[in-house]
Design a protein around this ligand. Structure first.
Ligand code: GRG
Length: 296
């Protein structure tokens, strides 16, 4: 089995090429919209969600060409959420993935359309006939991503986030917000990757889903710590935004020491959920380590 860093780099490189081919070319009309879509998706990002889908796909013995479509669908939803989140009506940020945000580089109307078009393209990927040989399973996957990204998932979490500015939340309210805003898509990435492979038992899906819940929340706790402690150059996005926007975070609520403790506990719980899978879950274990120990 190749070293984890080699595995990550190989997938990141290969997946960049997949995205490059799946996105409409910049010389196809409407050129400006297509160029802005490519600008927002390509050449940036850690690709954590696709990596989770590839690792879950490996666990389920999935054909990688199938997982490519599922991983692309999730990454396109993620990219759309970042473009919209950065707009003046939401977080109003100028820097993302080390470059000007989409509405700064292009304009607000284009950024709005980029998000819309990326979301549609995501579902186009998920409805591709090469995704699975089983139409019923494919419909299940479409529904899974729709729920994870809609008002009962990411978009709902974002609504809760916008409504929480300047408010005092308790830990369970903060957890509710992040399980939806950040966690839902991360969980979906893992399950979609697994659905591309051999059928796992319901009990195994439950274990994987619990792993996803833990790493999804841990991802956000670490994000809050990094926002408070890391610098803008390392993050590639504006550091200290949460405090500037008067947003409740795990750091403001628990303090940095306890927030890190919480991330460590979630990390352990995530690893425990994989105990029955043996070596096949090695990449998912390493990704849990990566998510909790990341520096950007
Ligand atoms: C606009 C519907 C809508 C939703 C936006 C995800 C989100 C909801 C907003 C992003 C704001 C944010 C910074 C959330 C914290 C966690 C997070 C999703 C960080 C960015 O994800 P990474 O670190 O980014 O995976 P890269 O650039 O590596 O892909």
């Amino acid at each position: 089995m190749p070293d984890f860093q080699v595995w990550i780099s190989a997938h990141q490189l290969r997946f960049e090429d997949v995205l490059r081919k799946l996105l409409p070319a910049a010389d196809i009309a409407p050129q400006r919209l297509h160029a802005a879509m490519r600008y927002s998706v390509l050449d940036g990002g850690k690709r954590v969600r696709p990596l989770l889908a590839f690792a879950a796909g490996e666990l389920a013995g999935a054909d990688i060409t199938r997982v490519n479509y599922a991983a692309a669908a999730v990454e396109l939803i993620h990219a759309y959420s970042l473009v919209h989140d950065d707009m003046p009506c939401m977080d109003d940020d100028v820097l993302r993935r080390g470059k000007p945000t989409c509405h700064v580089e292009y304009d607000e109307a284009t950024a709005l359309l980029v998000g819309d078009a990326l979301q549609s393209l995501a579902f186009q990927m998920l409805s591709d006939t090469t995704l699975t040989a089983d139409p019923a399973r494919q419909l299940k996957m479409v529904k899974l991503l729709a729920v994870a990204s809609g008002s009962r998932g990411m978009a709902g979490g974002q609504a809760f986030d916008l409504a929480s500015v300047g408010k005092q939340l308790d830990v369970s309210e903060l957890e509710f917000m992040h399980i939806h805003k950040t966690g839902a898509l991360i969980r979906a990435a893992i399950l979609l990757g697994a659905y591309c492979g051999d059928t796992l038992s319901d009990a195994h899906f439950d274990k994987l889903d619990h792993y996803g819940k833990c790493v999804g929340l841990a991802f956000q706790v670490v994000d809050d710590v990094l926002d408070a402690e890391a610098d803008t150059a390392t993050l590639g996005k504006t550091a200290g935004k949460d405090a500037d926007n008067d947003k409740p975070t795990y750091v403001t609520l628990l303090g940095a020491v306890d927030a890190k403790k919480m991330a460590a506990e979630l990390h352990q719980e995530a690893l425990q959920s994989l105990s029955e899978f043996g070596d096949k879950a090695q990449r998912l274990r390493e990704l849990a380590d990566f998510i909790v120990m990341r520096k950007y």
